[in-house]
Design a protein around this ligand. Structure first.
Ligand SMILES: NC(=O)c1ccc[n+]([C@@H]2O[C@H](COP(=O)([O-])OP(=O)(O)OC[C@H]3O[C@@H](n4cnc5c(N)ncnc54)[C@H](O)[C@@H]3O)[C@@H](O)[C@H]2O)c1
Ligand SMILES: CCCCCCO
Length: 254
């Protein structure tokens, strides 16, 4: 999908990966970039705008832990103003295995609720135009960092949920795929809690291994959005963009 003249809603577009991905997207002449985030950082909005003044970049405060009804209201206002949204990126995430409920609420439930909220506007069964859902999972959603089992499981849930939505695309007309960064040098990974403090030095140990920059991750991220492949499992690690083939161990046959 060429991104010129497209409208993209980016939840968590002001985070470390988010902001550099937003810059990569506006470089591709996106028409409207609507950034929803709990963070309110006008200076980052200005940075993104400077990359391409022709893109209409706007910001709205948004908490993925809000009730679905609130998410529906936010999206209804967006569709009323822009008429069409081509891509929704769900990128909110925290990494703190001491905050079990909050991790699941933000990393998974919030993503599910935001997705559920946009469906009525996209669903072809309602006469909608369809759309593309890009969910940020993680390599830990494929194989866990076992010292952060709650975070890893929340990302595995994102991967699983999104694969189901991709299979439902034939019914809903909505494409779905995940982008799964490897370890990317952001504030998220500099220091974080392990579950029950099983490994107090988990961050230090992890960061002894190679990481990618946010710019590398962002370029892969924007390419994955351009590819717009329903059901794709994109691994974005060490500056590369690689499609992952998911092995089938059981099939429902329905
Ligand atoms: N950095 C990595 O190595 C890495 C690897 C794989 C996946 N990820 C995922 O990429 C995403 C971005 O991570 P990052 O490294 O840029 O960290 P970050 O902390 O800079 O970004 C997290 C983003 O999520 C937003 N957010 C958190 N809670 C929210 C809420 N309740 N409502 C709305 N927004 C909320 C933050 O405001 C921020 O924009 C996360 O989902 C993370 O799990 C990161
Ligand atoms: C060190 C844990 C890395 C967290 C980001 C991977 O999703």
């Amino acid at each position: 999908m060429g991104l010129a003249n497209k409208t993209i809603v980016f939840v968590a577009g002001l985070g470390c990966i988010g902001k550099d991905t937003c810059k990569a997207l506006v470089k591709r002449n996106v028409k409207n970039l609507i950034i929803l985030d709990r963070l309110d950082k006008p200076e980052i909005i200005d940075e993104i705008k400077k990359v391409n003044p022709k893109t209409n970049v706007t910001y709205q405060s948004y908490d993925v832990m809000a009730p679905v009804s609130e998410s529906c209201k936010t999206l209804a206002k967006i569709f009323a103003k822009y008429k069409k949204v081509d891509v929704l990126v769900n990128g909110a995430g925290i990494l703190d295995d001491h905050a079990i409920e909050k991790t699941i609420a933000i990393n998974f439930t919030g993503l599910v609720n935001t997705t559920t909220a946009i469906m009525p506007f996209w669903d072809i069964r309602n006469g909608g135009p369809g759309g593309s859902l890009c969910n940020i999972g993680s390599v830990t959603g494929f194989n866990a960092i076992y010292q952060v089992p709650v975070y890893s499981a929340s990302k595995a849930a994102v991967v699983s949920f999104t694969q189901s939505l991709a299979k439902l695309s034939k019914i809903t007309g909505v494409k779905a795929y995940t982008v799964n960064p490897g370890i990317t040098a952001t504030s998220l990974v500099q220091s974080f809690n392990s579950w029950l403090d099983v490994e107090p030095c988990v961050a230090q140990k992890l960061l002894e291994h190679p990481t990618q920059t946010t710019e590398q991750c962002a370029e892969s991220f924007a390419k994955a959005i351009e590819r717009d492949e329903n059901g794709a499992l994109w691994k974005m690690d060490l500056g590369t963009l690689e499609p992952i083939k998911w092995d089938i161990y059981w099939d429902s046959h329905i």
